[in-house]
Design a binder for this molecule. Structure first.
Ligand SMILES: NC(=O)c1ccc[n+]([C@@H]2O[C@H](COP(=O)([O-])OP(=O)(O)OC[C@H]3O[C@@H](n4cnc5c(N)ncnc54)[C@H](OP(=O)(O)O)[C@@H]3O)[C@@H](O)[C@H]2O)c1
Length: 303
């Protein structure tokens, strides 16, 4: 494929950094926009702006450029998505917005969850606000812009913290606790099913929209190839460490009452990858056991 001009909003973080590195490795011309607070991946053109400062982003963008692909990795509020539509309806050929599978009402999911299940969160949660961002594309004047939305589930891989379920989600002490023989405390004993996606698989999936007309105005679940009980995720980490693992079950009802912000975790999060395959996108295929062992080993090397 000929090199494309790609703009990433974000670009030095977990998802956005993986995307920037993979796009550079594929030979694309990559520009990123960050506040300049983290190390910049090699090979990109780095622009500095706070995207919350609505005048700053257009000010740093080079004039007269029509991007082949813009990827908004850090849109959390409708105003972020409105900014994308305003700047890129005429300023880009394609745009990907990274949403989340937390858009859904956890009490009204189906298994596997279809992308068009109409039961969304409508409160002020992170997931509900992401859904309002999606609506900016669905209802906005996007003209000829070919937009695509991905809803990742749990994203793992370096340099993120390990842990996919409360009360052991993104726990910086997880490896120490496992080595000390402490039980992993999981809501519902870790029996909720999940389909974690490796961050580099997500990056490959995002880049596979380039030049693909079937992904126009489409929303896809973005999940890994393996469906596992959440506790299995921790068993893989413990196996990599060479230690046994014990679990302590936290009752679901009490957890929801004490931590309403955990609600979106406390359900089965299953997706059919067929829509990705049928539209010719790059289907995530790294086995969880392989990707998570590598992620654990990476964390061990940071100690
Ligand atoms: N992690 C998960 O399991 C998960 C699951 C589903 C969906 N998601 C979605 O995945 C996306 C990526 O999440 P992430 O946590 O990995 O983020 P990320 O891509 O690491 O984003 C952070 C990046 O954005 C930059 N940044 C942050 N605030 C900025 C601002 N106001 N203006 C300009 N640049 C800014 C940061 O650099 P500076 O700090 O230097 O500005 C950094 O480059 C999010 O949309 C999230 O909702 C994540």
């Amino acid at each position: 494929m000929a090199a494309k001009r790609i703009l990433i909003i974000g670009g030095s973080g977990h998802v956005s950094g993986a995307l920037a590195r993979q796009a550079v490795a594929a030979g694309h011309e990559v520009t990123i926009v960050t506040r300049g607070q983290r190390a910049i991946p090699p090979g990109v053109t780095a622009l500095i702006a706070d995207r919350q400062d609505r005048a700053a982003l257009p000010r740093v963008l080079p004039g007269g450029v029509v991007w082949d692909l813009v990827v908004d990795c850090i849109g959390y509020e409708p105003k972020d998505a409105q900014q994308d539509v305003a700047l890129f309806a005429d300023g880009a050929r394609q745009l990907v917005f990274i949403s989340t599978d937390f858009v859904f009402d956890p009490a009204r999911r189906r298994f596997p969850q279809p992308f068009d299940n109409p039961h969304f969160l409508t409160d002020d949660s992170y997931g509900a606000r992401k859904r309002r961002c999606e609506l900016e594309f669905i209802q906005g004047d996007t003209r000829d812009l070919q937009w695509t939305i991905f809803r990742p589930c749990h994203i793992y891989g370096a340099p993120s913290q390990l842990g996919c379920l409360p009360a052991a989600a993104r726990d910086p002490q997880l490896l120490n606790k496992l080595r000390a023989g402490e039980p992993v405390r999981l809501v519902g004993g870790g029996h909720f099913l999940q389909q974690p996606i490796l961050v580099t698989d997500l990056a490959g999936l995002v880049l596979s929209v380039i030049g693909n007309p079937l992904s126009h105005k489409k929303i896809y679940g973005a999940a890994g190839p393996d469906i596992v009980a959440s506790r299995e995720y921790y068993e893989i980490i413990a196996k990599t460490l060479g230690v046994p693992v014990r679990f302590e079950e936290l009752p679901v009802a009490a957890a929801v009452q004490e931590h309403p912000e955990w609600r979106s975790f406390l359900c089965h999060r299953l997706y059919d990858l067929a829509p990705l395959r049928l539209d010719g996108l790059k289907v995530p295929n790294t086995p969880l056991a392989e990707g998570l062992a590598a992620h654990t080993e990476w964390r061990l090397r940071q100690e």
